[in-house]
Design a protein around this ligand. Sequence first.
Ligand code: UD1
Ligand code: CA
Length: 461
Amino acid sequence: MSKIHAVVLAAGQGTRMKSKLYKVLHPVCGKPMVQHVVDTLDAMRVEDVVVVVGHGADAVRAALGDRVAYALQQEQLGTAHAVQQAVPFLQGKQGTTFILYGDVPLLSSETLTALLQYHEQQQAAATVLTAKLPDPTGYGRMIRNEAGEVMRIVEHKDASPEERAIREINTGIYCFDNQKLLKSLSQVKNDNAQGEYYVTDCVGILREAGEKVVAYEAVDPEETMGVNDRVQLSEAEAYMRRRIAVRHMKNGVTIIDPASTYIDADVTIGQDTVILPGTHLRGRTSIGADCVIGPQANLTDVQVGDGVEISYSVLTESQVADKATIGPFAYVRPGSEIGTHVKIGDFVELKNAKIGKGTKVPHLSYVGDAEIGEGVNIGCGTITVNYDGAVKHKTIVGDGSFIGCNTNLVAPVTVGRNAYVAAGSTINQNVPDDALAIARERQVNKLGYANKLPRKQVKKD
Ligand code: UD1
Ligand code: CA
């Protein structure tokens, strides 16, 4: 089997996006377009991937890291010129080279594999992935001779009215015999409507040299769409969202309404979990089995165990262990670790808080920069007073303790194990194990005094 190389073109500014963000970094289902392309290549037997960067080179490098090699295209003189920048990596190598564009995020590894198999089986110099589109506007068109053989590709801007009527388009994804690609690249000229060096011309050049050039038609043309503006971006998003939902459903996840469920590309979900409408699962979120997530749950980079229930809540960069229940209306901020069988109820905010096994924070509390032990009850309205205006301080509550309603825990402060804090206390000293702390004014009852107070007369009839 021959060696496989890949060149991904990602140097363009993407003017049609009208954006400060470089085109290939616009996310589709939470992941930059170019990263989708590189991830797809990862799933294949590709030796080396070279990404050609130019506009926003540093940002693209930061997004992809060192899993690929980079070639810099200083000036964007066209797609052939871009591939030329990768020549130092390709020189002297045998085998097959994939060329892909960084703005084609929906491409699947199945399609890429089928293209490669066809290319190898045909022993072609070049194989173009094509698609038949109802509206081919803007794409390069496949020009075939009477025998149906591929002759060349003509760009939309250079095409005659007859050529524009052709519905078979170039998807911008190719397999080339590496050495033949290199030879043809050096012959590409820029005498066209845009004054650019087109990689599409390599196809015609090879054909004229008597080489075998073929086309492989994509089974699913939508997969090959290029994203050039924000309308296409939303179309790509909708397509990928559907594909992600279908994958999870086929793996045993119930998604009540895929159209109103937003799951990023790299999210994982266990079997028999139910995702209810209005839910967003973002970034590197993972959900275990037998959970009920939603309605209206918004999780970003959260690791959730098995049998967890989360409704109407927002969670970010945190962990939730098995059988915990969260919400409705909880806000879990970064650095929180919620233990097994924990209950986080309505209008509770956690930040950088460890909540031990079986502990309950059922309502109206703020728990920040805290370590709460196991089997603790945090009464309604409890506040960790963690900020003194300059520095954040820590609150510790030991296992089995009971914090009465409306308690202020003025940090830094530690409540021991099995301690009891009376409701309405403001605790600013440590509470020893097994102690009862009461920190509030004693109540005074003035008998009969209420009658002396000026009050509106209540009519009795
Ligand atoms: C290109 C193809 C067209 C095809 C379409 C499919 C050419 C000449 N045309 O057109 O036949 O139907 O894609 O989507 O190849 N880029 C660089 N450096 C450059 C120019 C472009 O890296 O100098 C990169 C861009 O960042 C982009 C990709 O190449 O990721 C394609 O460029 P784009 O301008 O979008 O080409 P299209 O006009 O869409
Ligand atoms: Ca494009």
